[in-house]
Design a protein around this ligand. Structure first.
Ligand SMILES: [Mg+2]
Length: 377
């Protein structure tokens, strides 16, 4: 098969088309799913997850599913609308994720791969990979050529007082977590230090802890803060500067001892390459819906391996637990379960590891009664 990028459409010999594997239809739904508790960061609080749910059915009756976390309810309809428009383009095409992603990317070459465009292409890519894995009767990791296995996981906690953090870590330990990330960047820097120490008081002195500034500071402000936090043996400081400020992150990285983590806001592999080329990060944590879905993740994993960068995931824990097994330099799965309420088949947590949910594909099984309850017209 070849791809004619000028027209953004695969050129396929009709003789090799498997009619059963042709895309029959896309179903797009919008929900606002409440989180078990509000998730506070240095850049705002998330109380409910606006999600766009996507199902792609092929002519053989197989359905592949994915979702997007669009951060704000005002993005629900624009993204849903774009997915429906993409659906008109790809209906009746062969459901091969790499081909479809290339086709849609070519169509959007002049628009670019950021924002709703990139997210929507990623959602389609993910749902098609899920469909492909289900059609062949195997988990997503197996479909990618890797065995499913438990993956090291950390619980991603919000910004709280030291006492609140300690209480939450106690519950988290009971739930099977052994590693933690906290949203730092409190107004009073001493509180950031106290939060880290409160976790160690509950979970042990050698407990793995990462911190996230969520882009709240300038590079100079972050450097000043981290010079105080550098002695706390934190595994990484995440997004200590604005996400797009790769040079600022490089400045922070040179000035502090704690490793720098970025990547959740890289739009595609070119953004990742640029960030790494200027020395912006010690670690990488691509986000599935921004890096280009499963297909984009595979490229990111290859680039990270070539650059010897540890890879951790961002959100999308059901999908990412499969992708981390397919990542040679995998380090940590992030557990921030924004879609758990609509998925009746979540991975399980035990002794610091996430175990993929049983079943084919990424394991998503929509909880239809919950979806009906939180559906947005
Ligand atoms: Mg983050």
């Amino acid at each position: 098969m070849t791809t004619c990028e000028a027209e953004g459409k695969p050129v396929v010999d009709d003789a090799v088309v498997d009619d059963a594997r042709v895309i029959e239809r896309l179903t797009v739904r919008k929900v606002i799913a409440p989180l078990p508790k509000p998730h506070k960061t240095a850049s705002g609080t998330v109380e409910a997850a606006p999600l766009v749910l996507l199902d792609i059915m092929t002519r053989d009756g197989v359905t592949g599913s994915s979702y997007l976390f669009v951060y704000t309810p005002m993005m629900l309809e624009p993204v849903a609308s774009l997915l429906r428009a993409f659906g008109e383009i790809i209906t009746a095409e062969i459901a091969e994720p790499g081909d479809i992603t290339a086709q849609l990317s070519a169509k959007c070459r002049l628009v670019g791969n950021q924002g709703a465009t990139g997210m929507s292409i990623s959602a389609i890519d993910m749902a098609l990979w899920d469909n492909k894995a289900r059609a062949t009767g195997q988990p997503l990791a197996s479909c990618l050529g890797f065995s499913t296995r438990p993956v090291r996981v950390y619980d991603s906690l919000g910004q709280m007082s030291p006492d609140e953090t300690a209480r939450e870590v106690e519950q988290s330990l009971e739930a099977g977590f052994r590693c933690f990330k906290v949203k730092a960047g409190h107004e009073n820097l001493a509180t950031d230090v106290a939060v880290v120490r409160a976790i160690r008081a509950v979970a042990g002195d050698d407990c793995w802890i990462a911190m996230d500034f969520n882009q709240a500071f300038t590079p100079a402000e972050s450097i000043a803060r981290m010079q105080r936090l550098d002695g706390e043996s934190v595994a990484w400081i995440e997004e200590p500067a604005r996400a797009e400020d790769h040079y600022g992150h490089a400045d922070v990285r040179r000035a502090i001892k704690t490793p720098v983590q970025t990547g959740e806001n890289w739009w595609g592999i070119a953004d990742m390459r640029h960030a790494l080329a200027v020395g912006a990060s010690d670690h990488v944590m691509p986000d599935l819906m921004k890096i280009g879905g499963v297909t984009g993740w595979q490229s990111a994993a290859a680039l990270a391996m070539a650059e010897a960068k540890p890879v951790s995931s961002h959100l999308f824990c059901e999908y990412s637990v499969h992708l981390m097994t397919a990542t040679p330099t995998a380090l940590m799965l992030e557990w921030l379960d924004v879609a758990g309420i609509v998925n009746g088949n979540q991975p399980t947590i035990s002794e610091g590891y996430a175990i993929p949910a049983p079943g084919d594909g990424a394991g998503l099984v929509w909880d239809e009664s919950t979806i009906a309850r939180y559906l947005v017209a």
